[in-house]
Design a protein around this ligand. Structure first.
Ligand SMILES: [Zn+2]
Length: 313
């Protein structure tokens, strides 16, 4: 096993989907592990982080880790109260996320563990917990360089671009790529021709800006929660239709796209169909991009020249 890899521990959006019909892709909410030698970075703390915590306890190899949060919707933090390493003295857990200052971040994390919602408060965490709020400034974890960027999702939500050596990875689990386009289209009737043309230009500019963060990356893990039918009903909710994700990724030269934040209502058959259609789009666009729906427990080998999803053990 390479020492440089990414592993999916949770790939569902919104809420866990622990159904037999969903197990090929997995039922846990977002958590993605990045192992860069001795550096351990964990993107988001959905229910997937619980099994990762148990694995880390078993390994006892790395006791210093970095949890990087995109935002505080439950599906991204609800695994933290059950993350065993936080309760163990001698371990160090750095937590990063959007907030004005570290105190505010600590407060946000503590809220979900207060009575009467949870029986055990953060004060029982015996690990050394350190809070960081780099905001829009670049920051480093080990040899990795990270940079947040704002995405279209309710509240302040970040995506992250990570560079390590020659490799780049972007993690943006919740992001509505067509948000601006939809909100302008909804009001089109109010505008005259000249205004419409101006708005078309604005739309294009905004779209380009919003996909700039994913240009030429080796690995893109991105929101693709809805089919086209469902997206029509759920515009403005802060999630992407997978066709927008595929089209945008092809356009900016992504090498490996992992469709992420699967809708909990989609069973394995639905996701397989969605994946096949996404691959058909890539072929039609005459792109070489590797494209797959993220599956729980699969690895991406970051040391390989040809980054591909590796099967689970
Ligand atoms: Zn969210």
């Amino acid at each position: 096993m390479t020492t440089h890899y990414t592993r999916f521990w949770g790939v569902r959006g919104s809420y866990p989907a622990p159904y037999l019909t969903h197990m090929a892709f997995g039922g846990n909410t977002p958590c993605v592990e990045m192992r860069l030698g001795d550096t351990l970075i964990i993107f988001d703390a959905g229910t997937g982080i619980i099994a990762l915590g148990n694995e880390l306890m078993k390994q006892q190899a790395i006791r210093n880790m970095h949890i990087v949060l995109t935002h505080y919707h439950w599906d991204h933090i609800s695994g933290l109260p059950f993350f065993v390493p936080a309760f163990v003295p001698g371990w160090t857990i750095n937590i990063y996320g959007p907030a004005e200052n570290p105190e505010e971040l600590a407060y946000r994390i503590s809220m979900q563990m207060k009575a009467p919602y949870f029986p055990v408060a953060v004060e029982t965490w015996l690990a050394d917990i350190r809070y960081h709020t780099p905001g829009a400034s670049p920051f480093t974890i080990g040899e990795a360089k990270l940079q947040s960027f704002a995405v279209h999702h309710p509240g302040t939500t970040y995506g992250y671009r990570l560079e390590h050596g020659a490799r780049t990875l972007v993690y943006a689990p919740d992001n509505e790529l067509s948000f601006i386009r939809q909100s302008i289209d909804d009001r089109k009737a109010e505008f005259d021709d000249e205004e419409k043309e101006l708005l078309e230009q604005m739309k294009e500019e905004e779209r380009r800006k919003s996909i700039a963060f994913m240009r030429d990356v080796d690995v893109l893990i991105h929101d693709a929660q809805y089919t086209q039918d469902d997206y029509q009903r759920k515009r403005g909710w802060g999630h992407s239709c997978y066709t927008d994700t595929v089209t945008s990724a092809v356009e900016v030269g992504v090498r490996n796209l992992f469709l992420f934040s699967h809708d909990p209502n989609y069973d394995d058959d639905t996701l397989s169909e969605l994946e096949q259609d996404a691959r058909r789009m890539v072929i039609e666009a005459e792109s070489q991009m590797h494209c797959a729906c993220a599956r729980e427990h699969t690895y991406i080998d970051l040391a390989s020249d040809n980054v591909e999803a590796m099967p689970t053990f």
